[in-house]
Ligand binder design. Structure first.
Ligand code: ATP
Ligand code: MG
Length: 396
C-alpha cells in the first residue's frame, strides 16, 4: 500500500459514519491516486447512509447533488463529498441515467463506475474492496472498463473521453477491449453536451501528453466539431511546451487544428464548444498575431502590446516559440521588465491634462494616441513636462 494516508478530517467523516452503523469508504479518484502514490486533489466518500441521514449526522452539511445522493459534509472547516451508494438506471440519451437508485451495497455502487482503477474502495481501517481487479490494473498501468465497454460507452459516451484523458495524465495504456469499445461507439460522442466535451478536452490539454488529442480526432470523438482532416502530431506534441494554462493551451490547439484545415476559425470552434468569451478572444487574437510576420523591433512589439494587451501577446508568442523554436517570449519579458510605456495607463500625461491645456472632443484622443506612439518610439521621453509642451505645441 502507498505511504499516502487520508487527512484526519477525512478519517473523521468515515469513523463518524461507521460509529452510526453505516458502512463508509473512500472511493474513486482518491483511492486510485493513493495507490499510485500521488496526493489526491479531493477526497470522495461513499456510504450506506441516505442523504437525509447525512444531513442529520453532520450539522452544517449541504445537499450539493441530492438527485445523485451527494452531500457536502463540513469537517474541521474542510469539505468532503459524501455520496450514498447508488446504481443507475438505463441511459436512453447516452449521457444521463434515467433514474438513480440508492442501494445498500458497495459492490453495486462500484459497478456503476467507469474504470476498474476508479472502482476501488478503502475503509477507515484500510480494508480494500476491489471487486473488478482495479489494483492489479493500476499495477499493470492499464485503463479498463468495469463491465462490457460497448455497453458502458452507450450509457455515457463521455467515458470514452475520460479513458483517453486518464491515459494522457497517467501514461497508462487503454486495454484492448476498452479501445475496441471506443472504436465501435465513437459516433455516440456527438450526443454529448458541448460543455462536458469542453471540460474533458481542457483537462486533457493540461496533462503532460496533450498530443493525445490526435487520438480523439483519429477515433472520431470530435467529428461534430471538426472538418475532415488530421492535425499534425509533431505540432500537437509541442503543445506540452506551452505554459500549463488553459487559455494558452486552447489557443495553441486552435493553431494546430487551423493549420490542418480542421477548423475554419478559432472562434467558430471554441464557441461551438461553449468556451468563455475571454478564451475565444485570446485564441482568435493569437491566430491573428501568428498569421502575421513576427515582430522584428521593440517598437513593433510594443504596438502589439498596445493592441492586444500583455496576456494575449504573451500567449501568442509562447505559441510561436513552442511551434517554431523562436525566442520571442524572452524579448517580450525584456520589454515588460524595462517598464517602457505601451499603454495610455502608463503615459506620463492623461486626458485630464490635455483638457486642462484646452483640447476638446476627438482632439484629446488623437493627441493621446500621438503621444503614446511617440513615447513607444522614444521611451526615455515619457516625461510629463516634455509631453505637455509637445501637446501644447510649445516645444522648441
Ligand atoms: P480526477 O482526479 O480527474 O478528479 P476522478 O477519478 O476523481 O479523477 P471524477 O470526475 O472526480 O474523477 O469522478 C469521481 C469518480 O466518479 C470516478 O473516480 C469514478 O469512479 C466516478 N465517475 C466519474 N465520472 C464517471 C462517469 N462518467 N461514468 C462512471 N463513473 C464515473
Ligand atoms: Mg475527482
Amino acid at each position: 500500500m502507498s505511504h499516502i494516508k487520508p487527512p484526519k478530517y477525512v478519517r473523521q467523516v468515515l469513523v463518524t459514519l461507521q460509529g452510526r452503523g453505516f458502512p463508509a469508504y473512500l472511493v474513486g479518484g482518491c483511492v486510485r491516486d493513493m495507490l499510485l502514490g500521488v496526493r489526491p486533489q479531493d477526497w470522495d466518500v461513499c456510504t450506506g447512509a441516505l442523504p437525509e441521514q447525512l444531513l442529520e449526522i453532520f450539522p452544517g452539511s449541504r445537499p450539493t447533488g441530492l438527485q445523485h445522493g451527494t452531500v457536502t459534509v463540513m469537517m474541521d472547516s474542510h469539505s468532503v463529498e459524501v455520496t450514498t451508494f447508488r446504481t443507475e438506471g438505463s441511459y436512453t440519451d447516452h449521457r444521463h441515467p434515467d433514474m438513480v437508485q440508492f442501494v445498500g451495497d458497495l459492490t453495486a455502487d462500484l459497478s456503476r463506475r467507469d474504470f476498474t482503477m476508479n472502482a476501488i474502495a478503502i475503509s477507515a481501517d484500510g480494508l480494500i474492496a476491489d471487486p473488478f481487479g482495479g489494483a492489479e490494473d493500476i499495477r499493470r498501468q492499464v485503463i479498463r472498463c468495469v463491465g462490457d465497454p460497448e455497453k458502458r460507452f452507450e450509457e455515457d459516451a463521455l467515458r470514452m473521453f475520460r479513458a483517453l484523458r486518464f491515459s494522457a495524465r497517467l501514461g497508462f495504456t487503454i486495454d484492448l477491449f476498452t479501445m475496441e469499445g471506443i472504436r465501435a461507439k465513437a459516433s455516440l460522442a456527438a450526443f454529448l453536451a458541448a460543455e462536458r466535451v469542453r471540460d474533458e478536452l481542457e483537462k486533457l490539454l493540461l496533462t503532460r501528453s496533450p498530443e493525445t488529442v490526435f487520438s480523439l480526432v483519429w477515433l472520431g470523438l470530435l467529428t461534430r466539431y471538426l472538418s475532415p482532416g488530421l492535425p499534425d502530431p509533431a505540432l500537437l506534441q509541442k503543445l506540452d511546451k506551452l505554459p500549463r494554462k488553459a487559455q494558452v493551451r486552447w489557443a495553441g490547439l486552435c493553431h494546430v487544428l487551423g493549420a490542418a484545415g480542421c477548423i475554419p476559425s478559432a472562434e467558430g470552434f471554441l464557441t461551438a464548444l461553449r468556451l468563455d468569451h475571454s478564451t475565444v478572444r485570446m485564441a482568435s487574437d493569437t491566430a491573428g498575431i501568428l498569421a502575421a510576420p513576427p515582430p522584428d523591433s521593440d517598437l513593433e512589439r510594443k504596438r502589439l502590446l498596445k493592441r492586444y494587451g500583455v496576456d494575449t501577446l504573451r500567449c501568442a508568442l509562447a505559441c510561436r516559440d513552442a511551434f517554431t523554436g523562436a525566442r520571442e517570449s524572452r524579448e517580450l519579458r525584456r520589454i515588460l521588465k524595462s517598464g517602457e510605456c505601451f499603454s495610455l495607463r502608463h503615459l506620463a500625461v492623461s486626458g485630464d491634462d490635455l483638457l486642462a491645456l484646452g483640447l476638446r472632443g476627438r482632439a484629446v484622443g488623437e493627441m493621446l494616441d500621438f503621444l503614446l506612439e511617440y513615447v513607444m518610439e522614444f521611451p526615455d521621453n515619457n516625461r510629463r513636462e516634455l509631453l505637455l509642451s509637445l501637446a501644447a505645441g510649445t516645444e522648441e
